[in-house]
Design a protein around this ligand. Structure first.
Ligand code: THU
Length: 135
């Protein structure tokens, strides 16, 4: 499918560029992410693996932590780019954090062949546990 509107192209390009910086020596699976903030700023991330395996951080979380640590907020769109047989959705841990820090936003899954699919964080994590659950 074509990107849902022209606003996504810049984010897809940013995620593709970030993906090239992935440190994926153990899985060989490179992922890039790009997050749009409320000011129109773009924050990117790539997956970063290390020899302990378990300390790996996904591209989505790198983008999110970079953005939040720089004072960004009001996130409205996220793109995830990989190059696999099927489009790559965020893992469960990332779904939780996207929901908590971005709310119900559109997430475009894209690859290097121009394939893409539009999801929403709320669809990817139904009946989420979040701050509202602690009341
Ligand atoms: N990975 C991501 O960065 N984002 C995803 O959405 C799925 C998985 C990374 C983690 C690990 O470095 C590699 O892909 C294989 O799981």
């Amino acid at each position: 499918m074509a990107y849902p509107d022209t606003g996504w192209q810049e984010l897809v390009s940013a995620a593709q560029s970030a993906r090239l910086r992935a440190r994926a020596a153990f899985s060989g699976f490179q992922v890039g992410a790009a997050l749009l903030d409320g000011q129109g700023g773009i924050h990117t991330g790539c997956n970063i693996e290390n020899a302990s395996y378990g300390l790996t951080v996904c591209a989505e979380r790198v983008a999110l932590w970079k953005a939040i640590s720089e004072g960004a907020g009001g996130f409205s769109r996220l793109v995830v780019v990989a190059d696999a047989a099927t489009l790559t959705p965020p893992c469960g841990a990332c779904r939780q954090l996207i929901w908590e820090f971005c709310g119900d936003i559109p997430i475009l899954l894209a690859d290097l062949k121009g394939r893409c699919a539009l999801e929403r964080s709320g669809q990817l994590l139904p009946r989420a546990f979040d701050a509202g659950s602690l009341r």
